[in-house]
Design a protein around this ligand. Sequence first.
Ligand code: B4P
Length: 190
Amino acid sequence: MFNIILFGPPGAGKGTQAKYIVEDFKLTHLSTGDLLRAARKSGSELGNRVAAIMDAGQLVSDEIVNELVEERILNAEGADGFIFDGYPRTVAQAQTLDAVLAKVGHPIKAVVFLQAGDDVLVPRILKRAQDSGRADDNEETIKARLNEYRNKTLPVSQHYDPQGTVYEIDGVGTIDEVRDRVSRILQSAR
Ligand code: B4P
C-alpha cells in the first residue's frame, strides 16, 4: 500500500492537488476537512458541535478526528493506498495514525509538504470564498487558522522528519506546475 500525507498550511493546495494524485496514482482520498464538512451538513449533533469550532478557525478535537479516520482505514479492504489530506494536523493525530497503520502493516511512505507564504495563502483563500461560500473562508478566521497551523500542525513535519519521508515542495506557481512537482516526487518515492 502506498500511503501518503498531503501536508501544508491552509490554502497551500492540498485539496486541489489531492484530486490529481487520485487520478495519477489511483489512491483513495481521505480529507478530514471534507469529512467534517459532511458531518456539519448532515445536521447531526456531532456536526453542530464541529461547525462552531471550524468557523472559529480552530482545530476540531483529536478524539473526533481520529475516530473518523480510524474507522475508514480499518474498513478499507483492498485499497491501493490512502492520501491523507489535512490529516494529521497535530502530533497526537500523527501518533494515532502511525499506530493504526502499524496495525495494518502499511506505514506512511511519503509526506508531501506543500509550502507557501501568507502573502500567497490569504489571497487564495479569499478568492475561494467568493465561489465556495465556506463559512471559514473570511479574513478573521484565516488568521486564526494560520495561527493554529503554526502552533499545532507544523510540529507534525518534525515528527516525520527523522524517518526521511518528508518532501518539501514549492506550492507557489500554477496548479499544473505544482502538480508536476508533486508527481515527480511521488514517482521517486513509490
Ligand atoms: P481543510 O478542508 O483541510 O482546508 P484548507 O487547509 O483550508 O485547504 P487546502 O490546503 O486543502 O486548500 P485548497 O487546495 O482548497 O480544513 C478546514 C478546517 O477543517 C480546518 O480549519 C479545521 O477546523 C478542520 N479540520 C480539518 N482537518 C482537521 C484535523 N485533522 N484536525 C482538526 N481539525 C481539522 O486551496 C485553496 C484555494 O487555493 C482554492 O481555491 C484553490 O483553487 C486555490 N489554489 C490551490 N492551488 C493553487 C495554485 N497553485 N495557484 C493558485 N490558486 C491555487
